[in-house]
Design a protein around this ligand. Structure first.
Ligand code: UDX
Length: 476
């Protein structure tokens, strides 16, 4: 912001082009708009086109003075699937293609920028901004516990704790992540720490990105003090300006119901939301439905899919299952022949849809449990709704999230490294029936703490206000 200019501070926000990143950073963008800041939101061309096609994004944001969308190429061919492990090709593609475009864009933006809120998972934003001389605040859309484990990867390598060489090591306790020495096992580390998942790119991206956050002006973490206080204390020993701001959805909802705002909250989905599931839920008994969703990136094999399907049907519980078109890896020419008894069982008690309004589904009276991959947005949304979880982590931060859900927060069951119809059936029955009471009690308590953090004077509200004040003090 030029000295003496009358414009409000102007912030550029740039997420990694993935649903879980776009979702939370768009919510932050809207909260900054509601606080009177000018915001430029930079999306990939691919994702912006999908958001415009499937949501009322443009109408919603047209209400805010000083708001604009900008788009950049993500460096991947249009037909690239952008999910599963192939999503990881995004990092290299963006470094080569997006970085030069982004630098030119930032130099030409008016009014001049006060700061950039960049996704801490993308390496080049901080470098580009420092070259241009604009302050950067990093936003990490993952949990604090996963962020801290990424930060400690060099120490784990130095101590010879990773790479994890084989299955016999998986239950060995990891001693070089401060604060987690009593419960963190090798199998709970980010999947990139395993010898089959520890490609140089993955490790370099996760480690470099996390360590380079030390050079940012501040670090926003999508969490709240009552949930991750011990880990946040560890992080604050190394990072000076840490803003724990969780439940952006709830912050937004509270601000949007204020009479002066004419807009309403709607989805930031990259897929078309099928709202028929809501009327299906309306017909189900209270807390009788297990909601099943593995996020926007996970891709299961056909064998894994069938193990889940058999387990769900054999559990005799009702289920609402999100199945994106690319959720199950298909081998060339493979027939879609699913066992007839499973189709029958699904018709009787299950509903499969491509994409749901997830926050509304989790808040629905009929939903009693969530079989999730442990993606951080899904985990936070389940915590806010007070819904117990079964976590089947796919990759990245999900392994450690599921360990905290099962072992530390006691909010559900950790189905890590297992995909067996008998285990699925047993865990579904434990969560929905046999062990239900213990999980419902702890989930209700944590949901209350989440609500408190977003209330007036709560930790998330306080940190959001501090962030906005600190941005106002930044002279670009
Ligand atoms: C990715 C990583 O996988 C995740 O671990 C990391 O924490 C964030 O980036 P993703 O796998 O998509 O995210 O999972 P998650 O973080 O849970 O984000 C998924 C988002 O999509 C959630 O906000 C969820 O509400 C939304 N969603 C999912 C829908 O709106 N409808 C659906 O049917 C499924």
């Amino acid at each position: 912001m030029e000295k003496g200019s009358s414009n409000p501070p102007h912030v550029l926000i740039f997420p990694l082009p993935a649903q879980g990143h776009v979702n939370s950073m768009l919510k932050l963008a809207e909260l900054l708009c509601l606080s009177g800041l000018y915001v430029t939101f930079v999306n990939s061309e691919h994702n912006h086109e999908r958001l415009v096609r499937f949501t009322d994004l443009q109408v919603r944001f047209s209400q805010y003075q000083g708001f604009q969308f900008k788009t950049v190429a993500d460096g991947l061919p249009v037909e690239h699937q952008r999910t599963g492990y192939k999503f990881l090709e995004t990092f290299e593609a963006m470094k080569v293609v997006t970085k030069p475009i982004f630098k030119e864009m930032v130099k030409g933006i008016t009014p001049s920028l006060s700061c950039i809120i960049g996704d801490g998972a993308s390496e080049f934003v901080l470098e580009a901004a420092i070259e241009i001389g604009i302050p950067v605040i990093h936003f990490r859309t993952v949990s604090s516990c996963s962020f801290w484990s990424y930060f400690c990867i060099p120490d784990m390598i130095k101590a010879g704790e990773i790479p994890i060489k084989g299955s016999e090591e998986m239950d060995r306790i990891v001693t070089t992540v401060p604060g987690m020495e009593t419960f963190l096992r090798c199998r709970d580390l980010p999947s990139f720490c395993r010898v089959d998942g520890m490609s140089d790119l993955n490790l370099q991206v996760m480690t470099n990105c996390t360590r380079q956050s030390l050079r940012a002006r501040g670090l926003i973490l999508n969490t709240f003090e009552d949930l991750e206080g011990p880990t946040l204390s560890q992080i604050r020993r190394r990072f000076s300006n840490v803003y724990s701001i969780g439940h952006l959805h709830e912050h937004l909802r509270k601000k949007l119901i204020e009479p002066k705002h004419q807009t309403h909250q709607s989805s930031n989905s990259l897929w078309e939301v099928d709202r028929n599931c809501m009327s299906w839920l309306d017909k189900q008994p209270s807390k009788s439905v297990l909601y099943v969703s593995f996020g926007s990136l996970a891709v299961t094999t056909k064998e894994q899919f069938l193990e889940f399907w058999h387990g769900l049907v054999d559990s005799k519980k009702r289920f609402l299952w999100v199945m994106r078109a690319d959720s199950v890896a298909k081998r060339d020419g493979e027939a879609e022949d699913y066992p007839p008894e499973l189709v029958e069982g699904t018709k009787e008690r299950g509903l499969i849809v491509e994409w749901t309004p997830q926050e509304e589904v989790l808040a629905h009276e009929a939903v009693g449990g969530f079989l999730t991959h442990g993606g951080w947005n899904s985990t936070l949304e389940s915590i806010a709704a007070g819904v117990p979880m079964i976590c089947w982590p796919y990759f990245a931060d999900q392994q450690i999230n599921s360990r905290f859900v099962g072992e530390v927060w006691k909010l559900g069951l950790d189905m890590k490294d297992v995909c067996d119809r008998k285990v699925v059936e047993k865990m579904v029955n434990d969560l929905m029936e046999d062990k239900r009471e213990e999980f419902v009690r702890s989930a209700a308590k944590m949901a209350e703490l989440a609500r408190n953090s977003v209330s007036e004077g709560g930790s998330s509200s306080h940190n959001l206000n501090c962030l906005i004040e600190d941005i106002r003090l930044m002279i670009g």
